[in-house]
Structures are given as structure tokens and as C-alpha cells.
Ligand binder design. Structure first.
Ligand SMILES: [Fe+2]
Length: 354
């Protein structure tokens, strides 16, 4: 069950690895049962933080701006409310450092993921940190984005997510970056909902992976743009989903979405797109892990902003006088985060090679 290498193995860095199958068949079926047993999934809502910088902006202002501007990968035009409902999918954590639900252990400590993570950055010390379930109902999709990375001293608990994303894309803070490997596994086979990613960078053609039961990919989702194409609306259009709703297993493979006991819509399991994500910190050695733990070389917000301002001046994007926070924030997003352009194409998706 060795993972297939998606790139020439002589390359110094392997950008992604595919797993097919990921788990022995009975363990893969157990993941479906675990999903049902867990039973109730909340809608992924934006985290709120107290921040004194760019407070008028959404946490992922970069991704929101891009999605609203382009209409997503296929350049569709819809209202902002509709687009928000499409991308507010359902999520719960199955592990956070330790298993939070019985039965997730084979996934949390998957040997193939660990080895692929070591190869991804050439860093031998892999610490799985979080495992979470994502469920998209028919009509939902996930806008193209890169994930929120982490730097020593800078994290999403206290710093705006768009700022952390821009830090990584700028490459100005590599010394403080904490490389994270992400595995995404699929269980069940919905229609649509392809995993789309840009392994050659935002300007080259994307690859669309069909969702097939018990398969997975491991890659650097902090660097590689990725998203999820729309899950097929086979039995009618998506209902008016809104924050605060839940997706609940009613038994016998039947699910309902809504608040409390009301059912805005009902689905069978094979209509839902269920994936499990795995994230691990990748350390060079024990000394680096200790540096992180002991905060021996943390960045401060002032350092980050000073570095951005100096670089923007080098690029002639900024004069002597500093603009207001919101203007500076939009300048940082616009300068450093280059999204893939929308590329209208057949929605059936092409199969990945490799
Ligand atoms: Fe992501």
C-alpha cells in the first residue's frame, strides 16, 4: 500500500502524494460508521479574534474578495449570501493532539501519512496535531484558497488570518515558518465535489481529483491553492443554509440539515461529501521543536508590519507616509496573494495523472 509518487522521485521536493487505497477496507468502512456515530456536525463559522489591525476586514478577506470578484473557479455570478451558504460547510474535530472520538487512532497515526509528511519537507520529526471531519451537502463548494499557515509567534488565535496567509505568500518570514503537512482523505462516493488543486502554481492548469472511497492526498495546503468543486444538486437546489444550523444523522444512513429538530432538507449518506483532514507539524529536529515550545525566537506583530512596510517601499507600492490600517491591509493582500484566475471549463473535471 505504498503511496504513489506524483512527481519524479529525483526532484528534491515531492509536492503531493496520492493514496489508493488509504486504509484496509474494513477500517475505511469503520470511518463511515464513525461519521454516523459522531452524529451531529455544526456549520463552520468564522473565528472571532480581538485584533487591533484591519478589524474591518473578514478573517479570510483575501479569499472572500477573490471569490466575490471572480465567482469562483467557474466564474459563476451569484449573490454574496448564496455564495456564503455554499461555502459554509459542516465541520467537527475528531482529534486534537489526542483522539477525541474512539476509532480515529488508525487515521491519526497513519504510517503512510507520517512517511509522506517526512518526505514533503525533508523534515523527520512529524507531530500529528489535528484531525477533523468536513461534510458538504449538495450545492456546497469550497472556494479556492491556501490554508492559514503558522509562524513562531504568529497564529490565528491572535492575528488576522489574511495577514498570516499574506506572510507566507510574501516569503519574507521563512525563518519563522512552521511547515505543516496536510492529508485529506475521502470516504464514500458523492457525485461532484472534486478536489481541485494547483500543483504547478496558480498560473498553471489545476488538477481535479474525483472523490473516491478510501483514497487520499497529502500536500502542503498552506502553499498549494486548492478548493472543492460543487457537490451535485441531484435532488433539488441547495436550501437556504445559515450559520447556526446542524447536519444530523437520523439513523439508517439518513441525514437532515436545519436548526434543532426542523429539517430544511434530508439527504442519504451517498449524497454527502465526507472528508477527513489530518494536519501535522513537521520539525527538522528536537532542537527546533524546543524552540517553538519555549518561544525562543518568536515574531512580534510590530516586526511583521515593519517588514511588510519596508518591502512595499522597496517595491514602490508605498511612499513615506503610512496609509490607514484598512488601506494598508488591502495593499498587503493585493500585493502578495496572487489567486489563480478563473478558468471556465467543463465541470465534469479531469482525472489527475499520477
Ligand atoms: Fe484548505
Amino acid at each position: 500500500m505504498a503511496p504513489s509518487l506524483a512527481r519524479d522521485v529525483s526532484m528534491p521536493r515531492i509536492d503531493y502524494q496520492l493514496f489508493d487505497p488509504l486504509l484496509p477496507a474494513e477500517q475505511a468502512d469503520a470511518m463511515l460508521r464513525l461519521c454516523e456515530r459522531y452524529g451531529r456536525y455544526g456549520m463552520y463559522a468564522e473565528e472571532r479574534i480581538e485584533s487591533d489591525f484591519g478589524e474591518n476586514l473578514a478573517q479570510r478577506h483575501d479569499a472572500v474578495l477573490n471569490f466575490v470578484k471572480t465567482g469562483g473557479r467557474f466564474g459563476r455570478k451569484e449573490s454574496v449570501a448564496k455564495l456564503a451558504a455554499r461555502t459554509n460547510y459542516f465541520r467537527e474535530s475528531y482529534a486534537y493532539d489526542e483522539p477525541l472520538v474512539a476509532g480515529i487512532e488508525p487515521f491519526l497515526r497513519h504510517e503512510g501519512f507520517l512517511e509522506a509528511a517526512r518526505q514533503l519537507y525533508g523534515r523527520p520529526v512529524i507531530r500529528p496535531n489535528i484531525v477533523y471531519a468536513n461534510i458538504l451537502v449538495p450545492g456546497q463548494e469550497l472556494a479556492v484558497h491556501t490554508d492559514v499557515p503558522e509562524f513562531r509567534g504568529v497564529n490565528r488565535k491572535k492575528d488576522p488570518q489574511w495577514l498570516i496567509v499574506a506572510m507566507h505568500h510574501s516569503r519574507l518570514f521563512e525563518r519563522w515558518r512552521m511547515p505543516i503537512a496536510t492529508g485529506v482523505a475521502w470516504f464514500g462516493e458523492p457525485r461532484g465535489g472534486e478536489f481541485v488543486f494547483y500543483p504547478e502554481g496558480p498560473w498553471d492548469a489545476p488538477v481535479a481529483l474525483s472523490v473516491r472511497h478510501n483514497t487520499a492526498i497529502l500536500l502542503d495546503t498552506d502553499s498549494v491553492f486548492h478548493g472543492v468543486d460543487r457537490v451535485a444538486e441531484a435532488s433539488g437546489p441547495m436550501p437556504d443554509l445559515a450559520p447556526g444550523m446542524f447536519l444530523t444523522h437520523e439513523g439508517g444512513g439518513r441525514w437532515r440539515v436545519g436548526r434543532g429538530d426542523e429539517a430544511l432538507a434530508r439527504y442519504t449518506f451517498d449524497e454527502l461529501r465526507f472528508s477527513i483532514s489530518w494536519k501535522a507539524y513537521c520539525y527538522a529536529d528536537a532542537a527546533e521543536e524546543r524552540l517553538v515550545r519555549e518561544h525562543g525566537d518568536d515574531l512580534t506583530r510590530a516586526q511583521v508590519l515593519d517588514a511588510f512596510v519596508a518591502d512595499l517601499r522597496r517595491r514602490d507600492k508605498l511612499g513615506r507616509d503610512l496609509p490607514g490600517d484598512t488601506e494598508l491591509a488591502l495593499l498587503i493582500i493585493g500585493t502578495y496573494i496572487q489567486y489563480p484566475p478563473p478558468a471556465p471549463m467543463a465541470e465534469s473535471g479531469t482525472q489527475a495523472s499520477g
